[in-house]
Design a protein around this ligand. Structure first.
Ligand code: PAF
Length: 284
């Protein structure tokens, strides 16, 4: 069932709750691929009813980002959801989510601001305000759907960590379920933005996975010095890669580490053919 209004979703969920059914939420921005499908399948296997939200959230895009050209494929997405056993696809307009006046200027909107410590690193450094937009919309979706569980991919590990922190800090009664990264056979992590890559870019994009894999191999052989591990990337990067960051952080609290251990997650962001790609890997 495709619903566009908050009221309709609320009524539907209220009915399910009356029947004692558990509800799962998979928040997405659409352009669904196998990665999203894995989240949806997990939700369907664990909950009686599943809501997938499809909303290209304007307030999490920074100036100059791809808000206008972000892929919008609602028809195909709805079909994929139906085939996967999703009960409701919630696809609101920006005005439905934020109100007409709130959409015109930020001055009227209440924001959820995640902690500086978690935000001011990795993607947050170049995407100023991005995680404010993510936390605000995710908090709204939690309030609208009132699901028992919500599913997020480890592909966006910083986002996952920030959402967990928000849930803890604001005592939001929901269980956050992490889902592993899904990769193409080549190793490239699935992303809606892969659609922008040419065939040649795709070959160069493999560097992200190769770097992470190499680092993990070296770590498994006993190298723990982060500087030494970082330097292994030099052999893979070339003029086709515009590296934004390669960081080693504690998986839980995103604290920087200098000696890697099993709880260290390696994060990489790199532009290939003008497309910004991210990937990460836990060393343990
Ligand atoms: O990961 C995403 O696709 C988005 O950031 C999310 C969580 C759906 C919020 O808009």
């Amino acid at each position: 069932m495709l619903l566009h209004t908050i009221k309709e979703v609320r009524e539907q969920v209220k009915q399910w709750k009356k029947e004692g059914l558990t509800v799962g939420l998979v928040p997405t921005m659409g352009a669904l691929h196998e990665g999203h499908l894995s989240l949806i399948q997990k939700a369907v296997s664990q909950c009686d009813k599943v809501v997938v939200s499809i909303f290209v959230n304007p307030i999490q895009f920074c100036p100059g980002e791809d808000l206008d050209k972000y892929p919008r494929t609602l028809e195909a997405d709805t079909k994929l959801c139906q085939d996967a056993g999703v009960s409701v696809v919630f696809a609101p307009t920006p005005a439905e989510m934020y109100g007409e006046r709130e959409m015109r200027t930020n001055d009227f909107l209440t924001y959820v601001i995640p902690p500086f410590f978690h935000v001011h690193k990795l993607c947050g450094k170049s995407r100023v305000g991005h995680f404010d937009g993510v936390c605000t919309v995710v908090n709204k979706l939690f309030n609208i759907v009132q699901a028992d569980r919500a599913y997020f991919g480890e592909k966006d590990a910083q986002q996952l960590s920030i959402i967990r922190k928000m849930v803890e800090d604001l005592n939001i009664p929901i269980e956050i379920v992490p889902c592993p990264i899904i990769r193409e056979e080549s190793g490239l992590a699935l992303s809606s933005r892969n659609k922008y890559l040419s065939a040649e870019d795709k070959v160069h994009a493999l560097a992200l996975y190769q770097i992470l894999n190499n680092i993990k191999l070296c770590y498994k052989k006993g190298v723990t010095d982060v500087q030494a591990l970082k330097e292994t990337a030099i052999f893979i990067l070339n003029e086709h890669h515009d590296l934004e960051y390669l960081e080693f952080l504690d998986d839980k609290d995103l604290e920087e580490v200098t000696e890697a251990n099993d709880n260290t997650r390696v994060f990489i962001a790199c532009k290939v053919g003008g497309v910004r790609l991210i990937d990460n890997m836990l060393l343990g």
